[in-house]
Unconditional design. Structure first.
Length: 224
């Protein structure tokens, strides 16, 4: 039997309501009742979450996964999925892990989120110029902030841009952490389609009692 459907998409979004916010590069999704529409069409329970949260969950349930890590995803946008104490951390409003919208340059270039000098806009600008080493250095700054804030065991990199130059990004982020005397290991995930596999785990992991999602104790507990 089909237990349900897991859907992962860029944030911000509200995982309880199943409704995305103003998605970077795709504002047309804002306010769309994605979960409700899909459940109506498919006749199955649907779980909606951010792509980074889904990927982090999929990595967290693998044998030998670290207890605490950040999955940092660089593609059309920049975000992170956080796992603390073996449990994915989404926050009360699914706002945890919005790494790309840390302000790292006061009065910097405007970002689509409405702020200025965000990590995402600076990193993607470097990628657009073909300066991948600079993009990796900027990404390393965000990773260092996560390490300092959460004291995580590992930084795991993924996403289309990272997969295109894995050595550049692994080395660049590692160099930033080493320069700050942060010993946290950095790796590029070897899991193909990490987001899609994680989306399946949005349905499967809670069903089998694995890696319950923080912030979701009241969520859909009556579903089969």
């Amino acid at each position: 039997p089909v237990l349900g459907v897991g859907v992962a998409m860029p944030g911000p979004l509200d995982h309880r309501a199943g409704v995305p916010g103003r998605v970077t590069g795709a504002p047309v999704w804002e306010g769309c009742a994605v979960r409700e529409v899909l459940e109506g069409r498919l006749g199955l329970p649907v779980t909606l979450d951010k792509d980074t949260n889904a990927a982090a969950l999929g990595l967290a349930v693998r044998p030998g996964a670290p207890r605490s890590f950040a999955y940092v995803h660089l593609g059309t946008g920049l975000g992170a999925g956080l796992v603390v104490g073996g449990v994915p951390l989404r926050g009360e409003r699914t706002g945890a892990g919005e790494l790309g919208h840390q302000t790292v340059q006061l009065d910097g270039p405007p970002c689509g989120c409405g702020a200025r000098g965000c990590l995402e806009v600076l990193c993607l600008a470097a990628v657009a110029r073909g300066e991948l080493a600079e993009a990796a250095r900027i990404l390393g700054t965000g990773a260092a902030n996560l390490v300092r804030l959460l004291d995580i065991d590992r930084v795991v990199l993924g996403g289309r841009v990272v997969r295109g130059a894995p050595g550049v990004f692994a080395d660049g982020v590692s160099a930033v952490l080493a320069g700050l005397r942060l010993p946290t290991p950095v790796e590029v995930t070897d899991v193909p389609d990490a987001v899609a596999l994680g989306a399946a785990q949005l349905v499967l992991a809670p069903f089998f009692g694995l890696a319950p999602l923080r912030g979701s104790s009241e969520e859909r507990t009556s579903r089969p």
